[in-house]
Design a protein around this ligand. Structure first.
Ligand code: MLT
Ligand code: ZN
Length: 462
């Protein structure tokens, strides 16, 4: 009797109850929750998404929208018997509009596919993530993805002109299209972006494209730590006569993890690894500007050792040290993750206090890496092999509160780019006030009065 609705829904939309599918589609990249969805549906177009949602509204069934499932805050986890609504079959890939530089895609298109599609015209959708091969446009927008080029282009929300969104009651909203200037009242499109699937389900997006930089240079520099990394950034911003595309930081243990898991040598040759490294990408024809800058920072002893990529193969090889951090850490052990940000110029001071006052409270070694250029640091904690997982998670949550207090003090954010999902709900109050959360709840209640869409994510309805 309990599963009668599943049989009924399966008559209308492709649906799976295979144990393997339930496992795969019921989770994201977090490994904290046990996936327990009741079923997974695979609508083939927006009308079927609406049909599923209106069916679920009628039967009181909770729904978890699901993209590439690369999220790190458990925003797409179905651990309470929800129905997973996979958007992966919404794979419409339109033509690039050469006048307005836009591209309309279904939400199941991967981030990387948008890049490949626009590349032959010398264009790109500049949202670029380490998980680009798997993450999907719908998820990128539902979470307002950040990534490695935020210091140049900002978050995903800046690169959208139109959005199609299905509401829980089965209504399909067309929020803008390829029209560039459209200033008519409150912007529901921007409200949906970053709402983590609790307000509506993104089925299609019209993306803004930009020129793919014609020339780029990649540098991998060994530094003494965050302080010199930051000094290098200041130097690059002011003295460097070039446009930064990315400015990434990694601590020595992150570099070691990538080398160990990938079986790759140190980028800096033999000898001891430096305490930290930064990966810098710059764009444009540089006519010696970069060489002069590098010479200058070497003379000033801001850099211990440096590599400049000589070919696109070199660039990919150097980028791999950065792109492979998350996966490598995940393979070495169980990680507790934090994704925080502070004003860029205060990052070194923040890390100093973090290491001195908060790090000892965490029940494992800290692995720091992230997007130095925009003030976003990923604070990862590795579970020691002898520690029981439950004890480890509990210890991390206690230490997290100290981290969040510190962030609150300096006006930082408890979630720079990963979102709140299920995992960071207890952190929300450190970055958003009571009145603001109450306003969010009111919006949620207006659009999803039964609280069926991605329930329990971001905040509880109370
Ligand atoms: C990254 O910067 O690689 C991602 O945000 C993933 C992560 O934090 O592990
Ligand atoms: Zn990141």
């Amino acid at each position: 009797m309990k599963t009668q609705w599943i049989d009924e829904l399966s008559q209308r939309v492709p649906l799976s109850r295979q144990p393997q599918d339930l496992q795969t589609y019921g989770r994201d990249w977090t490994r904290v929750y046990v996936p327990r969805p009741s079923a997974v549906v695979f609508p083939r177009h927006a009308d079927e998404v609406c049909e599923v949602l209106s069916f679920c509204s009628e039967h009181g069934i909770a729904v978890v929208p699901s993209g590439g499932r690369t999220g790190l805050s458990a925003g797409a986890v179905a651990a309470e018997g929800e129905l997973v609504l996979s958007l992966e079959r919404l794979r419409h890939l339109g033509e690039v509009d050469p006048f307005g530089l836009t591209l309309t895609v279904g939400s199941g298109i991967t981030n990387h596919e948008t890049h490949v599609h626009a590349e032959h015209l010398g264009l790109t959708w500049p949202v670029d993530l380490a998980s680009k091969g798997s993450c999907q446009v719908g998820g990128n927008l539902a979470t307002n993805a950040g990534g490695i080029r935020v210091l140049r282009y900002g978050h995903a929300r800046h690169w959208v002109t139109g959005l199609q969104v299905a509401l829980m009651n089965g209504t399909l909203l067309n929020l803008g299209n390829a029209v560039q200037k459209d200033n008519v009242g409150p912007d529901l499109r921007q409200l949906m972006i970053g709402s983590e699937g609790i307000l509506g389900v993104i089925t299609q997006a019209t993306l803004r494209l930009t020129l793919l930089p014609t020339d780029r240079q990649v540098l991998f520099l060994a530094v003494d730590g965050m302080e010199t990394g930051l000094e290098l950034l200041r130097h690059a911003r002011i003295q460097g006569r070039f446009q930064l595309q990315a400015f990434e930081f990694m601590g020595r243990n992150c570099l070691e993890a990538v080398m160990k898991v990938g079986g790759v040598p140190s980028p800096f040759g033999g000898g001891e690894l430096p305490p930290a490294a930064v990966l810098i990408e710059v764009e444009g024809r540089l006519d010696g500007d970069l060489d002069r800058w590098l010479e200058d920072v070497l003379n000033q002893k801001l850099v211990r050792d440096g590599l400049v990529a000589k070919s696109s193969g070199d660039m990919s090889r150097l980028w791999a040290y950065r792109d492979n951090i998350t996966e490598s850490l995940g393979r070495l052990g169980l990680m507790h993750k934090n994704d925080i940000s502070v004003e860029v110029g205060r990052l070194a001071e923040f890390v100093h206090v973090l290491e001195k006052e908060v790090a000892p409270a965490f029940p494992g070694e800290l692995y720091l890496f992230g997007h130095l250029g925009d003030g976003n640091l990923h604070v990862n904690v590795m579970k020691p092999s002898a520690t029981d997982p439950e004890e480890f998670w509990d210890g991390c949550h206690v230490a997290d509160m100290q981290l969040y207090e510190l962030l609150h003090k300096v006006g930082g954010s408890v979630s720079a780019e990963h979102g709140i999902g299920l995992l960071k709900k207890s952190a929300l109050r450190f970055s958003r006030g009571t009145a603001e959360v109450a306003a969010m709840r009111a919006v949620k209640k207006a659009l999803d009065p039964q609280g069926l869409l991605n329930p329990g994510k971001v905040f509880d309805l109370g």
